[in-house]
Design a protein around this ligand. Structure first.
Ligand SMILES: *Cc1c(COP(=O)(O)O)cnc(C)c1O
Length: 395
């Protein structure tokens, strides 16, 4: 299983590779699929929507029978907001597990929605653990839902969803998952990790272009969502029931994006589904981590927390290093890297997802080596203070 490296083509027209967590580098067939127009009410487009929902559902495995898939226009954040506002009733209360920017954004969303909530904030990168979830839930019987981030893309940590889910259901509460940057590459089978609903989007591990997200939720949860949403356009129950009745999206669908996504779904299946996609991303991650470490770079996270999605590296302590210059030099070599989001130390991120394979990742490392030497950086080791702070926080 895994990708045939021959199938990964370089981006055309001198476009750089996007080493980012989405929008990311897509294949030529995905882009090409956008070269025709579709009537949103037409049978052909309705069939496409139906097939897309069925294919996405199949990705969670055999337990998908009691679930349904509801696409939602907009970027991933719109779908997260739709999930939170539709499932958490106005008199419900959420426990939000945050360890980075996306957890914080979900908390801000609950704030906007006026949903009562408490936050366990683990800072920049530490994982929320099952035991703290259990403790928070026993301390507050009013909490009805736990909200967790699967891969917190701002550090690249793969959060321990299994123990979070166990603690949640042991306490008789329900779990909602932001699996935006993980779904399609990391299994999320509800018979293994129980949850009520999860959300992801078109432009992450399934390698489509941006334009919509989707929620996969238990049918009972969708039924119970009627009347919960304060938003007309982000009402998942309304979108779901309209789509099941008419086969159509409630408001103008991103037709070209859906057509491109169908192509991306076919490629995902041909690659071996979630397992095949995950294997290629893992190989990408292993290649870039080993290569960057050989140059002296260090990862923010221990190996056990590294996701195959995106990796955070500390910026070198060497005063000759400048991130802006490094970014421009890497871009000139055809690689767009991603700034870091840490408060503890300067950092940058390298994404492992999109149309890239380990050969490309080896080229990324070679490019980084040349860029360091162009800047006159002799040693890519991070500042000792950053490492100390990391150890102190992890202790
Ligand atoms: C990408 C992402 C989102 C959504 O971001 P958008 O910019 O709205 O697409 C939400 N959560 C996580 C964990 C993400 O990686």
């Amino acid at each position: 299983m895994g990708a045939d490296p021959q199938k990964i083509e370089a981006p055309r027209l001198g476009e750089p590779y996007l080493l980012t967590p989405g929008p990311l580098t897509t294949s030529f067939p995905v882009k090409e699929a956008m070269l025709r127009d579709w009537g949103s009410w037409d049978d052909d487009f309705r069939a496409m929507t139906a097939e897309m929902r069925a294919r996405l559902l199949a990705m969670i495995g055999d337990a998908s029978a009691g679930f349904d898939c509801v696409p939602m226009q907009g970027s991933g954040t719109f779908a997260v907001e739709a999930m939170l506002g539709s499932f958490i009733p106005k008199d419900g209360k959420a426990l939000l597990l945050a360890n980075g920017a996306y957890g914080k954004r979900a908390a801000q969303t609950l704030e906007y929605l006026g949903r009562d909530h408490v936050v366990i904030d683990k800072g920049d990168f530490l994982p929320p653990r099952g035991a703290e979830v259990a403790q928070a839930l026993s301390a507050d019987p009013a909490i009805t839902y736990v909200v967790a981030i699967h891969c917190e893309t701002s550090s690249g940590i793969l959060n321990p969803l299994a123990e979070i889910s166990e603690a949640t259901y042991a306490a008789g509460r329900k779990l909602l998952v932001d699996s935006m940057s993980a779904f399609g590459a990391i299994p999320l089978d509800p018979s293994e990790i129980r949850y009520e609903a999860m959300v992801s989007s078109a432009n992450k591990c399934i390698e489509g272009v941006p334009g919509f997200g989707f929620v996969i939720a238990r049918v009972e949860e969708l039924e119970a969502a009627k009347g919960n949403s304060n938003s007309l356009s982000l009402d998942l129950h309304a979108q779901w029931s309209h789509m099941n009745k008419t086969g159509q999206w409630r408001f103008t669908p991103p037709t070209h994006v859906v057509a491109a996504f169908m192509e991306a779904l076919r490629a995902h299946e041909a690659e071996g589904g979630v397992a095949g996609r995950g294997a290629r991303y893992t190989a990408n991650r292993d290649k870039v981590v080993a290569g960057m470490r050989s140059l002296g770079f260090e990862t923010l996270l221990d190996d056990r927390w590294l996701s195959p999605i995106i990796v955070t590296f500390f910026c070198p302590a060497d005063p000759a290093f400048s991130f802006d210059r490094f970014y421009e030099l890497m871009k000139a070599k055809g690689f767009i890297i991603y700034p870091g989001k840490l408060t503890v130390a300067d950092s940058f991120r390298i994404g492992c997802i999109g149309q890239m394979d380990p050969h490309v990742m080896a080229d990324v490392v070679t490019a980084a080596k040349v860029c360091l030497s162009d800047m006159g950086v002799e040693n890519a080791a991070p500042p000792a203070a950053a490492l100390k702070e990391r150890e102190r926080l992890a202790a």
